[in-house]
Write a protein that binds this ligand. Structure first.
Ligand code: HEM
Length: 241
């Protein structure tokens, strides 16, 4: 081993440096582009099977749902591992969710329906799985538009957070869309549904834990719950004998 290698501090996964995060972001960006790149390559190589439009619709739909769930997994993962830099990757993952949703939607509008507005409107109104998918896509638009720092500042933290909480509803619509369109084997939508349920469950559990910790902190400062008379705490008698 060289002396420079020995002198270099070991990488601390919990606290990555700014250049390390930038490198990671660049690598992640390329990785996230890969499914789209492979589809484009498959298209030009004529390697997407007998029905390339169906293959593109399915791949872009699946990647939209995967990116949606990966984006939702960032916060639980950050809380469990204390790798706080993970939050710096969340916006990119969210935008890739929108990118794949847009590709999915455009495949439907351009390649499947050939810009036939009337047929599209009829489809959205008449076929429940299209109605649900379309709603999910429309709801993703404000999240993508407000993803910049300037928009966070303009909306204010609380309003921005309230808006972006709708991503859980969007994910539910995404799973419903998949569930509805599958004709026989429900394994895939069930798996996506279970992952989403686990992520939602974690969120509820974590919020409960935080609330309990907050209450414990409050009692530590103020003393136990009871009736305060002249600043003395008269304990409330237990109901049990
Ligand atoms: C967030 C939004 C959306 C998500 C997460 C999503 C997800 C999916 C998934 C996972 C599939 C199945 C892929 C497979 O079979 O492997 C799919 C298929 C499909 N989606 Fe979406 N989708 C969304 C929005 C839309 C929209 C806006 C439209 C059209 C208006 C649409 C139309 C379709 C169609 C036509 C199929 C193929 C159905 C078939 O196989 O018969 N989706 N989508």
């Amino acid at each position: 081993m060289t002396t420079t290698a020995l002198n270099r501090p070991a990488m601390n996964v919990r606290n990555l440096t700014a250049p390390q995060i930038s490198t990671l972001k660049a690598l992640l960006f390329l990785l996230c582009l890969m499914p789209a790149g492979l589809l484009v390559k498959g298209f030009f190589d004529d390697a997407l099977g007998a029905n390339p439009i169906e293959a593109i619709t399915h791949a872009t739909g699946e990647w939209t749902l995967r990116f949606l769930l990966i984006t939702l997994a960032v916060t639980p993962l950050r809380k469990l591992t204390h790798w706080h830099w993970l939050i710096r990757l969340r916006r990119m993952l969210g935008l890739f969710t929108f990118f794949y949703a847009l590709l999915h939607f455009l495949t439907y509008v351009v390649l499947d329906q050939f810009f036939d507005g009337a047929a599209i409107v009829l489809d959205v109104l008449k076929r429940p799985y299209i109605t649900v998918g379309f709603s999910a896509f429309v709801l993703l638009i404000p999240l993508a538009v407000t993803s910049t720092n300037a928009m966070v500042r303009r909306l204010g933290g609380r309003r921005w957070q309230a808006l972006h909480r709708s991503v859980y509803g969007i994910a539910i619509l995404g799973v419903m869309h998949y569930w509805w369109l599958v004709k026989s084997d429900l394994t895939q939508p069930i798996l996506y549904g279970l992952v989403l349920a686990a992520l939602l469950g974690f969120r509820v559990w974590w919020r409960n834990e935080e609330r309990k910790a907050q209450l414990a902190g409050k009692f530590a400062m103020e003393g136990p719950p009871g009736v305060k008379i002249n600043q003395r705490i008269i304990p409330i008698k237990s109901q049990t004998p």
